[in-house]
Design a protein around this ligand. Sequence first.
Ligand SMILES: [Zn+2]
Length: 465
Amino acid sequence: MDLRLAAAVNAGKAAGMATRLLGRGGGTALPGLVALRADPGALRKLGRQLGRGRVLVTGTNGKTTTSRILASILAEAGVPVVHNREGSNLARGMASTLLAAAGPTGRLKVRGGADHALGLFETDEASLPAAARDLAPKAIAFTNLFRDQLDRYGEVDTVAALWREALAAPPPAATLVLNADDPSVAELATGWPGPVHWFGLDDPAFATTDPGAVDARWCRACGGTFAYDRRYFAHIGYWRCTGCERARPAPDTAAESVSLWPESARFTVPGLGELEMPLTGVYNVSNALAAVALARVLGVDAGAIARGVAGVKAAFGRQESVEFEGRRLRIFLCKNPAGANQVIRLLQATTAGTSLNAATLLSDRFADGQDVSWTWDVDYELLAPLVAKCWAGGTRAEDMALRLKYAGWPAPTAVEPDPVRLLDAVLAATTPGDEVAIVPTYTAMIDLRAELTRRGAATRFGEDE
Ligand SMILES: [Zn+2]
């Protein structure tokens, strides 16, 4: 028995129990934080007991959805999984997940046996170096690299540098699962000694010529600019460098013939056939491709992949749909300009006529990013001709209303920071049977959901409360 690990595990578990008893709630990261203080090797010692290996999923957007789709696939394949689905994707959060599965001696107890279990870890960009070093993953998927909230990690280049640092640590046998459509992700293959599995979108029907926020402007190899034959959103598409030979690699796992509906999508993956999933948006097809590519790297059969993709449930605040006094509220969390622009395009593609009711909620607490100027990088203009009624909410409701005014939206029915009064305003201006798209930042979504739950509307939300 490793006494130091056992002590760390028990200290972490005790800390978790104490916060629960004190009713502090939340706190999924605290047990891991305490355990890592007591034994900095705890993540490595616990994680490496997972006999089927570890998989990391990272990137600016789509980590949670990609991880959930892969978890659903692995469940269909009968693979026991330890997955940090409950929130924190920092090292302490991953340690908390492992602690919860550990007995008092520090041995993992997983249904089906730790020797046969796989670790699936959604990993924050900044935590990737530690996770790669400690967990020695057999595969790492990179979804995309966008500018996140301005005041969180700073420059895109800082994250790219962290990623390159992380890739110095895992064994060269690890497979990189890379988004071929994102040049910032693709360059991670340069100099990588191990295998690479590429995924990408192969459907020109969803390409655009709109100008938009582009976060990968220069080639790292030669300093040249990127040109696009087709662009799906932001800098994601058929890129090539105008100064050197670099260009989008041909994907090993591709999506063709993509069809989008308001709450589902269908696409064909060569070698697997047609897949259907209860999520929509080109960006979620990209997330599904990342999960399918990982599943293929792990050797999962085609039937389990198709069933897993079909059976996935929306994550907290991501394309959830809830009935509220006869109205259908569809919630689209937006954490940054790239994510918001994808939601804008999804609403544009799935709205017929001038029938869009939309409540946009902008808050500026720490978890949202305190600088709200990013809303000027979001193409709200695209929706202006489609909006029937709109509402502006969140702690910065006034700023949101100003942004919508410049975007040419009709005047909001209400500009209301208070979620109670905002919901009242939505009710007053709609009738049963109406649909309302809710586009909130993170804490605005938390506030709204709390109020929906209080009014009994949100009881059918997912299990991630
Ligand atoms: Zn170049």
